[in-house]
Design a protein around this ligand. Structure first.
Ligand SMILES: [Zn+2]
Ligand SMILES: [Zn+2]
Length: 243
């Protein structure tokens, strides 16, 4: 049975929680990380794993709490484990990831000048869908940061993972029974993330009852009772969802 494991639930400021990210375990046991922020080694260690456990990564968007673990994955896979991890993303995200993000630290190594494919096996996602070890990934664009592509995922048409986003009108209309792991900022007026108060205003109860709050700060305990009353709950590290 394939599943999603929550690796981290924190926002980019959190110290008490790892960067928001997930691990997909496919039908034959292959593992894909959804995002790889700067805390990914700690998050994997907490689940009894190290970077060698990863077969693939999918990148939702280019923010440090979602991509700054890739340098370690690239270097340790290439020089430590002698392998390349598959790197899934849209053409635009993979292009910008290398040229505007990773090139500065990975462009040159003891091997000389490098390209993205010296460290990873790039897999360009076409038509906003791909399949990994028996799990279907469907991308949807998210309203997050102007000028920057960002995506959420529907997994096997059973689970919605928004990654970083503001509230989405189409999701307010969703009448399925699919659980939703949704960005939930505790900072009022946050211009890039759905806030707890916006989630309450903009999503009906039928949606809120399925919504697990994630990407929160260290002050989450102040809001736990309120979230558990009005939503499915507060997502936690190690939580699993069957796919
Ligand atoms: Zn972000
Ligand atoms: Zn983030």
């Amino acid at each position: 049975m394939s599943r999603l494991t929550v690796l981290g639930t924190g926002d980019s400021t959190a110290l008490d929680y790892w960067n928001s990210g997930y691990l997909i375990t496919g039908l034959s046991g292959q593992r894909l990380a959804i995002d790889a922020g700067f805390t990914i080694k700690y998050a994997l260690r907490e689940r009894g794993m190290c970077l060698a456990a990863l077969d693939a990564v999918f990148i939702t968007h280019l923010h440090g709490d979602h991509v700054h673990g890739l340098e370690r994955i690239g270097y340790e896979s290439r020089y430590g484990y002698g392998k390349r991890v598959k790197l899934h993303g849209t053409a635009e995200i993979l292009h910008k990831l290398w040229h505007e993000c990773l090139f500065g630290t990975m462009g040159y190594s003891s091997s000389g000048q490098n390209s993205l494919s010296d460290f990873f096996e790039p897999v360009v996602v076409e038509d906003q869908a791909f399949r990994f070890d028996g799990v279907n990934f469907r991308l949807f664009p998210t309203p997050h940061t102007a000028g920057k592509d960002s995506f959420g995922l529907v997994l096997n048409d059973k689970l919605i993972v928004t990654a970083d986003t503001r509230c989405m009108p189409w999701l307010a209309e969703d009448r399925s029974s699919r659980p939703i792991i949704h960005d939930c900022s505790l900072y009022r007026g946050n211009p890039a993330h759905a806030t707890l108060w916006e989630l309450k205003e903009q999503y009906p109860e039928t949606v809120r009852r399925r919504l697990w709050a994630v990407h929160y700060g260290d002050d989450i305990e102040q809001y736990r009772a309120e979230i558990e009353r009005d939503f499915a709950g507060v997502a936690f590290q190690g939580q699993e969802f069957a796919l």
